[in-house]
Design a protein around this ligand. Sequence first.
Ligand SMILES: CC(C)[C@H](C(=O)O)[C@@H](O)C(=O)O
Ligand code: SF4
Length: 464
Amino acid sequence: MTQTLFDKVWNRNVVVPESDTQPATLYIGLHLIHEVTSPQAFTVLRERGLKVRRPDRTLATIDHSTPTLINPDGSRPYVTEQAEKQVQTLLANAKEYGIETHGWDSDNRGIVHVMGPELGATQPGMTIVCGDSHTSTHGAFGAIAFGIGTTQVGHVLANQCILMRKPKTMAIHVNGTLQDGVTPKDVILAIIAKIGVGGGTGYALEYCGNVFREMSMDGRMTVCNMSIEAGARCGMIAPDETTFAYLKGRKFVPENYAAACKDWASLATDEGAVYDKEVHLRAEDIKPMVTYGTHPGMGISIDSLVPAAADDADESALRYMQLKAGQTIAGTKVDKVFIGSCTNSRMEDLRAAANIFKDRRVAENVTVIIVPGSVLVKARAEEEGLDKIFIAAGAQWREAGCSMCLGMNGDIGQPGDLIVSTSNRNFAGRQGPGVRTVLASPETAAAAAVTGVITDHRTLGAAA
Ligand SMILES: CC(C)[C@H](C(=O)O)[C@@H](O)C(=O)O
Ligand code: SF4
């Protein structure tokens, strides 16, 4: 029988299939934990006298509440005592239960969805969970990867399994040739604008077509990262030579790598396999995208006009964003620019931004913070001299972490600020009370930084 990528990975990991009365029991190959959603789970574990079932299949990092600045005396300026306590608790719990942890002293510390793949802990054919909705990122490797709640974090710590109903499958095909300057971020924003923030609800997405086959792993991670913003808990891309080349030599990959790759290659969807739903986009139609509202589905191409509100929710979104239907989005004044997050904080993202910052200056009255996704990304970027380009342009180059994506560490904007952000959520108040977020690619964010207004990066003239 022909099978989709999702079916194959699901079947590999099912312990007890689902029935009319019971969800399936799914084995979990990798459990990633961070400081926000794990403390309570450990408390319950301790209360019940349980051990961590597979410490060797669990990996910990600190990312959300971690400061991205260092005090002159070397200490870390935590935003609150609670933020510091959260981090200390994670470190203590992981130590007590024998879980490999990437804390302050690790060269691999970073946003959980950046460091997992970097370590090769993320692998094709696996099931991967984390108490974090953007776990969908890891689907870029052909894994079934999804976010879970804190209660489930406890379950997985205790028994390495999860109870789950099998979702339906949806193929999203993007075929053709992307226009110059159109990035993976634009592709996923265009997909979400098309299918809507609820379009993927109940489905596991598979991104199909030459556009994804030709995309780098960094790009594929950007795309899969935002599956959750279309309502899908997971999104996947079939593993191929690009995947195998990326993972080769990384810490956790199987010893017999050739055999592993051969096995992984067999996971691709079979010819003729049937999805529950299929959606098609033409690559040629996709342009650089920005959001104009307060959810990621409110996206338009950068050269278009802000659409009329369809309902009260749209209307209040436009009011919040201080935008009017019918106006151009390009030219809107920008206060801050954030380049980072598990969506766009990898080497390719930083290189793309540096290309624009090179020999240019950040516009007056614009604050730019650039936050690498991991300590490793930071080191690599510095080896390439990207930090020097950013600093020379007048941007701030910070320590790795989630930072202004969610602002749990105190990196937030002022009320009323408009922030062009390479992150994945533009919800009201996410980057600080009253802050207006415009989601965009690193290129578009950098172009806004140097011009001071929302700008199509393809129209920038030669640098000075
Ligand atoms: C803190 C965490 C639970 C949350 C998530 O689940 O995604 C965060 O990472 C986010 O991006 O909003
Ligand atoms: S970078 Fe943002 S989206 Fe990603 S895990 Fe951190 S807070 Fe969540």
